[in-house]
Design a protein. Structure first.
Length: 197
């Protein structure tokens, strides 16, 4: 059993204050069968960040969209990124004002791609290299053993670089719609455990 997975599912909002979860998708957004979209449908505490151009992103555009969403938030927030959305979160954190950073209770970064991998999608290179240093809030990197966009070794190294916790969920591909995760209960439990820590 994964060391970060609670034995029983607990609601993600484990603090006394209401929490808003900002969903930050990757390239092409998250379609109807993606767990991020399913979370938005089954949870009233999840809101998708409209990053603008989903097919041809710019780092500045996506970071600005995250900054706007954080600024507009009236409650503490948790960032939930997938794939390229994870890298956009890292870039936002590196340049965010202190007043924005303090709103963030944590971030769950699911299947961040390895921008140093040979044959990397050129659109991902717009987010490379990642800024150095730890994230200014608690974080959890979630990776899969057979993700073609990043090896476990590289994902674990990224977690270390960000001073984040690391969770290996086994063979789940890119942890996207093709992984057939449905509402991804394990992911929701990991999210709850992030706040408990």
């Amino acid at each position: 059993m994964n060391q970060y997975l609670p034995h029983t599912f607990a609601p993600a909002a484990t603090t006394a204050r209401p929490v808003r979860y900002l969903i930050v998708p990757g390239l092409n957004g998250s379609g109807p069968d993606h767990w991020q979209t399913r979370w938005q449908q089954c949870r009233d505490d999840c809101v998708r960040v409209d990053l603008g151009d989903w097919e041809s992103p710019t780092r500045a555009g996506w970071v600005t969209a995250i900054a706007d969403a954080v600024t507009e938030a009236e409650t503490p927030i948790v960032l939930v990124g997938h794939s390229l959305g994870c890298l956009a979160i890292v870039w936002w954190a590196a340049h965010a004002r202190p007043a924005e950073r303090v709103k963030v209770l944590g971030a769950m970064l699911v299947a961040p791609p390895d921008v140093g991998q040979q044959g990397c999608d050129l659109r991902l290179l717009r987010f490379a290299p990642l800024p150095a240093g730890p994230l200014p809030f608690p974080a959890l990197v979630v990776a899969s053993a057979d993700d073609r966009y990043a090896s476990l070794t590289r994902s674990r190294q990224l977690a270390q670089d960000l001073a984040a916790e690391f969770a290996d969920i086994g063979r789940a591909g890119h942890i996207n719609a093709l992984s057939g995760l449905g509402d991804w209960q394990e992911g929701q439990a990991l999210l709850a455990s992030l706040l408990e820590r």
